[in-house]
Design a binder for this molecule. Structure first.
Ligand code: GTP
Ligand code: MG
Length: 190
């Protein structure tokens, strides 16, 4: 997998706009501002391939990043952003849920939560919904650089208990700043 051959391919809302081929995909889902786009950039060694929004809630659409014609990274819109209308929220929910439930090529879902805080009610809902689907998923605890080393264990166990994670579900601590967790995440993806 040649990471130098990673490129933005297409933006989609509806299934008929998704790429039409059989290349496997992994996707990153989580609250607005949790660090989805930053993680994609960090994984691909790029600064600005995925747009990191200055103001949260900017990625309203599904962005597909093609990696060497062998894998897609799929950047989903963030949920839980307060400053949007109800109808906007409903349409984002539809975009996310349609993709997650219908996309055949989707091999694994990464649910991102901020390591500093307990998962929000939106995170809990999203996790419950993931659990109810026949899909493989992993939790990524983002912004690892923002917590002191001595607190990491405690934060991880809080996330595990708040989401009521089953024993076998992994939590990967990750930082887009320091790239900690990058190797483990790549291992999980490959
Ligand atoms: P939406 O597109 O709005 O859903 O947000 P997103 O989940 O894509 O978050 P994004 O990657 O745009 O990051 C949001 C903010 O968090 C930016 O200011 C990032 O620089 C910051 N950020 C993301 N990841 C990290 C991290 O690992 N460490 C630190 N310190 N900051 C991070
Ligand atoms: Mg984003």
């Amino acid at each position: 997998l040649n990471l130098n051959n990673a490129r933005y391919e297409i933006t989609a809302v509806k299934p008929d706009q998704y790429p039409k081929n059989d290349i496997p995909e992994v996707t990153f889902v989580g609250r607005s501002n949790v660090g989805k786009s930053s993680l994609i950039n960090a994984m691909l060694n790029r600064k600005n391939l995925a747009r990191v929004a200055a103001t949260p809630g900017k990625t309203r659409l599904i962005n597909f990043y093609n990696i060497d014609d062998q894998l897609y990274f799929v950047d989903l819109p963030g949920y839980g952003f307060a400053k949007v209308s109800k109808s906007m929220k409903a349409s984002w929910k539809d975009v996310i849920e349609t993709y997650l439930s219908e996309r055949k090529q989707l091999r694994k879902i990464f649910l991102l939560v901020d390591i500093r805080h307990s998962p929000t009610s939106d995170d809990i809902l999203m996790h419950e919904w993931l659990k109810s689907m026949e899909r493989s998923y992993v939790i990524v605890a983002t912004k690892l650089d923002k917590v002191p080393r001595s607190k990491i264990k405690e934060r991880i166990s809080d996330i595990r208990s708040t989401l009521k994670l089953e024993e076998h579900i992994k939590i990967i601590p990750f930082s887009s700043e320091t790239k900690q967790g990058r190797d483990e995440l790549w291992e999980e993806i490959l």
